[in-house]
Design a protein around this ligand. Structure first.
Ligand code: IVH
Length: 677
C-alpha cells in the first residue's frame, strides 16, 4: 500500500482497535467477536511491518511489551502524589467533617465516596490525547518511569477517546489484580517453580515494576482511576464530573460510588461497603471520602503529607485466633505438594474458615507454623484465608514442626524438591491424585457434568479409568457396580459421555489441562487452528504470533503435544469417535445455550467445588463472575450464602439453589442449542 494511504488506514485501525478495547476491557460489553478484533490487529501489524517507520509507541501493537530495561528512569511529579489521613471509626469521619466545616464555614457541600483500591498507585500523563508517560508514586515527589509496562494494560487507553483532548491530562489511579487472576498467577508460578506472591497487591506491584515488560503483558492487571492530577483547560467543577469525563476518555469507573449530601450518608456508605467488600472481585481496603467541589478542595489545601479535603476510612482488618489441628498435604493436577493447615473452624469476616493454604515448605518454615500452634488468621483481601502469624507465647511444648513428606501422600512415590525450587513434586506422572484431578477436569470441561469427584475417584481406584480416553470405553454393567450408582444414573452418565464426543475443539484443548492453557488461551488457539493435528505440527514461534500468546504458553503447548502419551491418547480418542476438528470454525460462545448469561456463585456447594461449577457454566457459553449486579442472570446460592444472595434479592436477580442449578445444566445438555434459561 502507498505510504499516504497506509498512514490513513493505520490511523483508522488504531482508533478502531482502541474503541473495541474500551468496549471489551472497560465496559465489559464487546461489540465484535474476538476473531474480528484479532483481524483488525493483524491488519495493523501487517501494515506496520510494511512501513516500520510508522510504528509509534502508542500503537495497540505495542501492548505486548518491549525489550527489557536495565533501570527505570526517574520522574518528578509536578503535583506531588500525597497519601491520605486514615479514619478507623465513624467518629473519625465526623471529626473530619467538623475540621472541613471549620475551615470552609457553612457552605453547601457534598462528599464523594468511592472504594479505596488496594493496589499500586500510578500516574499517567497524556499530551494532546496521547499516552506520554506512566510513573509509580515513589515517595510522592519522585517515581519511576514505567511507561512501557503500563502500555501493556488493556484498561489504560493509549489515546484518549474524546474529540478534543486537552493539551495535558494527568490521570491518577491504582493498578490492581483480581483475586481470580491472583490465584491463577500463583498456580502458574507454582507450576513453574517460582515462589507464589503473598497477596494480590504484591502481585500487581511486582508485575508493574518488571524490567521485562513482556512479563507485565502476560499478567492480568487492571487500572482504576481515582483522581485527575495536572490538567490544562478543562472546566470541571467537581470530582464526580472529572471522573465521568475520565470515563468517556476510555478509563474504567469505580465499581461503587455515592455523592453524600452529609457526613452521615458518607458514614452509611462506608459501613455498607465494609460488609459488602467480599462482593468486589479485587482487594479494597476502605472507602475514600472526598470533598466533591474542586474549588473547595483547593481552598482546603494540604499538609505536607495529605490533603485536608479527603480521608480514607479503613475497613477493620478482621483477624481471628484459632488452633492448627493438622497440616495435610494436597496433591494437585500438576503434581505439586501443597501443605494445607487444618484448623478448628472459626468465623472470619462473615464465613467459616477451617483450611488455609501454606503454599510450600519454605512458607511453613518462614512462619514457623507447627501442628498444635495457636495462630492469627485473616482473609487476604477479605477473601483468601491466610495464617498471619503464630502466637509463640501460647506454645506448651507439645507442638510438632511440619515435615514435608518424602513420599507423595497419595501414591507413595518419591516426592522431590529440586535445588533452587520452592515446590515439592510427586515424581510419578501417573500418580492417582494427578490423574484423577486431570480426569475430573477433563470430564467437567467436556460437559460430563454428572461425573463428579466421588465417581471419578472410584472409577480410577477400581482401574476402570486410567486416563481420559478410558472414560469413553465405560459400559453400563461396569458403571452400575459403583457405589451409589443405579441404572438410571448410569445411563444418564453414559449419554453425557456420548454427547461430549461432539464438543468443539476449544473444549477439548481446555479439557487436556495443559499447563497455562485455560479457557481463554484455548479460545485463542482454536480460533487459529481448527484441527488437533495442527497442534502436533505447530512451532513455538507460530504460536507466539497469536495475539495474547506469550513464550511460556507457547512452550507449554509445544511440550504437551510432543509427548508420546499425548499422541497415544489422541489416537484413542479418534478411534472412539471423539471429534478432533471443528467443521465450521465459528465462535462457539455465541451459539452455546448459555451465551450471554452470567452466573454468580455464593456460599459453599456440596456436590462439586465452585471452580468446577464455574467451568461448567463457561462450558455452556456463559460467564461466571463474582459480583452481583442488575445484569447478573442468576445467583447460585450454596450453603451459608453470603451477602451476594441478599444483594440478588434486592436487585430482583433470580436465585437458584444447587439442585436447581444442576437440573438446569442437565436440561441444557438434553436440548443443547435451544435452551431458554
Ligand atoms: S484519592 C491526595 N482515591 O490510597 C491523595 N486514593 O493511602 C488523593 N487510593 O496514595 C488520593 N484508592 O494511592 C484516592 N479511590 C481512591 C483511592 C486512593 C486507593 C490510594 C492512593 C493513595 C493512597 C493513600
Amino acid at each position: 500500500m502507498e505510504r499516504e494511504q497506509a498512514l490513513l488506514r493505520i490511523d483508522m485501525l488504531r482508533r478502531l482497535i482502541e474503541h473495541h478495547r474500551w468496549r471489551y476491557y472497560v465496559l465489559d460489553a464487546p461489540e465484535v467477536s474476538d476473531a474480528h478484533f484479532d483481524g483488525l490487529l493483524r491488519e495493523l501489524q501487517g501494515l506496520e511491518a510494511e512501513h516500520p517507520d510508522l510504528i509509534t509507541p502508542n500503537s495497540p501493537t505495542q501492548r505486548v511489551g518491549a525489550p527489557p530495561v536495565k533501570e527505570f528512569g526517574t520522574v518528578r511529579h509536578r503535583i506531588p502524589l500525597l497519601s491520605l489521613d486514615n479514619a478507623f471509626h465513624a467518629d473519625d469521619l465526623r471529626a473530619f467533617d467538623k475540621r472541613v466545616k471549620r475551615i470552609l464555614g457553612e457552605v453547601p457541600m457534598e462528599y464523594s465516596c468511592e472504594l479505596k483500591f488496594d493496589g499500586l498507585a500510578v500516574s499517567l500523563l497524556y499530551r494532546r490525547g496521547q499516552f506520554a508517560l506512566g510513573a509509580t508514586r515513589g515517595d510522592g515527589h519522585e517515581g519511576e518511569d514505567i511507561s512501557t509496562n503500563l502500555r501493556t494494560l488493556r484498561s489504560i487507553p493509549l489515546q484518549l477517546l474524546v474529540e478534543n483532548p486537552p493539551e495535558l491530562l494527568e490521570v491518577r489511579g491504582e493498578v490492581i489484580m483480581t483475586f481470580a487472576d491472583f490465584e491463577a498467577t500463583n498456580e502458574e508460578r507454582q507450576a513453574r517453580n517460582e515462589s507464589p506472591f503473598a497477596n494480590p497487591r504484591n502481585a500487581a506491584a511486582g508485575s508493574v515494576r518488571q524490567q521485562d515488560s513482556k512479563i507485565t503483558a502476560g499478567r492480568k492487571l487492571s487500572f482504576y482511576p481515582y483522581a485527575v492530577g495536572e490538567v490544562s483547560g478543562l472546566p470541571f467543577r467537581t470530582h464526580d464530573q472529572a471522573m465521568a469525563y475520565i470515563h468517556t476518555c476510555g478509563f474504567k469507573q469505580t465499581p461503587a460510588f455515592r455523592l453524600a449530601p452529609s457526613i452521615e450518608e458518607a458514614v452509611a456508605f462506608c459501613l455498607e461497603w465494609q460488609s459488602k467488600r467480599g462482593e468486589i472481585p479485587f482487594g479494597v481496603d476502605g472507602v475514600v471520602v472526598k470533598v466533591n467541589d474542586l474549588s473547595l478542595q483547593e481552598q482546603l489545601g494540604a499538609t505536607t503529607h495529605s490533603p485536608r479535603w479527603a480521608i480514607a476510612y479503613k475497613f477493620p482488618a478482621v483477624e481471628e485466633i484459632t488452633q492448627v489441628q493438622e497440616i495435610t498435604v494436597y496433591v494437585g493436577r500438576t503434581g505439586v505438594l501443597t501443605p494445607v493447615a487444618v484448623m478448628t473452624p472459626v468465623e472470619v469476616d462473615g464465613s467459616t474458615v477451617s483450611h488455609a493454604s501454606l503454599h510450600n515448605e519454605d512458607e511453613v518454615r518462614g512462619k514457623d507454623i507447627r501442628v498444635g500452634d495457636w495462630v492469627i488468621l485473616h482473609k487476604a483481601g477479605a477473601v483468601i484465608p491466610e495464617i498471619l502469624s503464630v502466637l509463640v507465647e501460647r506454645r506448651n511444648g507439645q507442638e510438632r514442626p511440619f515435615q514435608m513428606p518424602a513420599n507423595c501422600p497419595v501414591c507413595g512415590a518419591e516426592a522431590m524438591r529440586l535445588e533452587g525450587e520452592a515446590a515439592t513434586r510427586c515424581t510419578n506422572i501417573s500418580c492417582p491424585a494427578q490423574v484423577s484431578e486431570r480426569i475430573l477436569h477433563f470430564c467437567a470441561v467436556m460437559g460430563m457434568e454428572g461425573l463428579g469427584p466421588a465417581i471419578v475417584v472410584q472409577l480410577h481406584r477400581t482401574g476402570l479409568v486410567k486416563d481420559v480416553a478410558d472414560v469413553y470405553s465405560l459400559r453400563l454393567e461396569q458403571m452400575v457396580e459403583l457405589e451409589r450408582m443405579g441404572p438410571t444414573l448410569a445411563k444418564k452418565l453414559l449419554e453425557q459421555i456420548e454427547g461430549s464426543k461432539r464438543q468443539p475443539l476449544r473444549q477439548l484443548i481446555t479439557a487436556f489441562g495443559i499447563p497455562q492453557v485455560g479457557w481463554h488461551v484455548a479460545d485463542l488457539l482454536t480460533q487459529r487452528y481448527h484441527d488437533i493435528e495442527d497442534f502436533f505440527r505447530v512451532s513455538e514461534d507460530e504460536l507466539q504470533a497469536i495475539h495474547g500468546i506469550g513464550p511460556s504458553i507457547a512452550l507449554s503447548v509445544v511440550v504437551f503435544f510432543r509427548q508420546a502419551e499425548t499422541r497415544r491418547i489422541v489416537e484413542e480418542l479418534r478411534n472412539i469417535g471423539v471429534q478432533l476438528r471443528d467443521e465450521v470454525p465459528i465462535r462457539e460462545s455465541e451459539t452455546l445455550p448459555w451465551s450471554g448469561k452470567s452466573f454468580v456463585f455464593t456460599g459453599a456447594m456440596t456436590t462439586l467445588p465452585r471452580e468446577q461449577a464455574e467451568e461448567m457454566v463457561r462450558a455452556q457459553g456463559g460467564t461466571a463472575g463474582s459480583s452481583v449486579s442488575r445484569k447478573t442472570s442468576f445467583v447460585v446460592s450454596g450453603e451459608k450464602p453470603g451477602s451476594k444472595a441478599e444483594k440478588a434479592r434486592s436487585l430482583g436477580v433470580p436465585i437458584l439453589d444447587e439442585g436447581q442449578f444442576l437440573e438446569m445444566l442437565t436440561r441444557v445438555d438434553e436440548k443443547k442449542g435451544n435452551h431458554h434459561a
